[in-house]
Design a protein around this ligand. Structure first.
Ligand code: PLP
Length: 395
């Protein structure tokens, strides 16, 4: 049969008010990049996150924010970065590009994120930084991980691309570490027209470098110019980075996207709450099939960006479930996040070694259900019923 419930490439539909904000910015923004809308988005995002003003920077996507964070680490040859093997590739390769060697930390089989213990197990004297990914939208145990990083003098970076709005002990995902990155990609719980990102930098001295690194190395001259047009409109000078390759780029996000991003912050909590309520309903409706194991979290620690389960009866049962859901019911489930050490790219980089049995087991048995915010009630009910029928038959 044809596809009835697709795994959509788009997470949300826009309200008329959000569309009006976009149209207004299209008409009036001047300039169309790096203007008042960008400053408003950064300022409101910092307020939402509960972090100081001036510490958040829009970027054209989450990957650009990760690359800036990698640059700010100022790696030296031999430096290692600990990162989960079970994550999206964009969490990892920016650090390879900027000179680090990746060391893979295992995930917890139940929560699907790294733990202080799994990170500690792979620390070496060369570890410089730890990247924690709040995968699927669930905040890892940041108090314990931050304490571990402090004890060992390590930079702590949070990839909160999937976890906007998730919180633990009253603190938002992405606000616990030295840096945090966010994505407003088409798939994420809020999206700025398909692409967009944010970087949080805690240390004001490092944060001061971001605007120049984000925009071609441009900065102000350190002296008063008698003629505003001489010697040039802007300076290019990053003295603090002279000891590492100076690698600015243009990572800016346009004004229309920024206007929309600021507006969407008004709706993120309700989007997350609605997704969580639905996820809990879905799990409840399948609770009599224990072979399909979910991670149940009733608090705002999980925003249920994705709805993922594990088929404890093994890889063949998983494959036959996905096949039947697709071929017979028209529901397109997918499998996500092959452990990165298993990809040829990371193997060729000499990063093919990992001791991450949980990540391997999870990946080989996981099922990710369609879970875009705009999924209709009918389609959600249909997906529950279809899952129940296929699972009953599998026994
Ligand atoms: C989406 C995502 C990214 C990259 O974000 P983009 O905005 O698509 O560049 C990084 N890490 C994780 C975990 C993601 O899900």
């Amino acid at each position: 049969m044809g596809i009835r419930v697709n795994f959509s490439g788009r997470a949300i539909r826009y309200t008329e008010e959000e569309i009006a904000v976009v149209v207004e910015a299209m008409r009036n923004a001047d300039p169309l990049t790096q203007g008042t809308y960008m400053r408003a988005f950064e300022s409101r995002f910092a307020a939402y996150q509960g972090v100081p003003q001036g510490s958040c920077f829009t970027t054209m996507n989450g990957c650009a924010a990760l690359e800036l964070s990698a640059l700010l680490c100022r790696f030296e040859p031999g430096d290692e970065v600990v990162i989960p093997s079970h994550t999206f590739t964009a969490s990892a390769y920016p650090y390879v590009k900027k000179g680090a060697r990746l060391v893979w930390a295992d995930m917890d089989l139940h929560t699907r994120v790294v733990t202080a213990r799994s990170i500690e197990a792979v620390l070496t004297p060369r570890t410089r930084a730890v990247v924690v990914v709040h995968l699927y939208g669930y905040v890892a145990d940041m108090p314990a991980i931050a304490a571990l990083c402090k004890e060992h003098g390590l930079l702590l970076i949070e990839d909160a691309a999937q976890a906007i709005g998730s919180e633990l002990e009253g603190k938002k995902a992405g606000s616990f570490g030295d840096m945090g990155i966010f994505s407003f990609h088409s798939h994420k719980n809020i999206t700025t027209l398909g692409e967009g990102g944010m970087l949080y930098v805690r240390d004001p001295a490092l944060a001061a470098l971001v605007p120049a690194l984000r925009h071609n190395g441009h900065c102000a001259f350190g002296f008063e110019r008698a003629d505003y047009w001489k010697p040039a409109m802007g300076n290019v000078d990053l003295p603090m980075l002279d000891d590492v390759p100076l690698q600015p780029a243009n990572y800016c996000l346009g004004e229309v996207e920024c206007a929309l991003g600021a507006k969407l912050l008004e709706r993120i909590d309700s989007i997350n709450d609605e997704k969580r309520a639905r996820a809990l309903r879905f799990m409840g409706a399948l609770a009599d099939f224990p072979q399909l194991e979910f991670h149940r979290e009733e608090s705002r620690r999980h925003n249920y960006h994705l709805l993922a389960a594990r088929m404890t009866s093994g890889p063949e049962a998983r494959d036959s479930f996905i096949r039947a859901m697709h071929d017979e019911k028209g529901v397109k489930c997918v499998v996500q996040y092959m452990p990165l050490d298993r990809y040829d790219y990371y193997r060729r980089q000499g990063m093919g070694q990992a001791a991450c049995p949980n990540a391997d087991l999870f990946y080989d048995t996981m099922v990710s259900f369609p879970f875009q915010h705009w999924l209709s009630e009918e389609d959600l009910e249909y997906m529950i019923e279809a899952s129940r029928q296929v699972l009953s038959r599998q026994g």
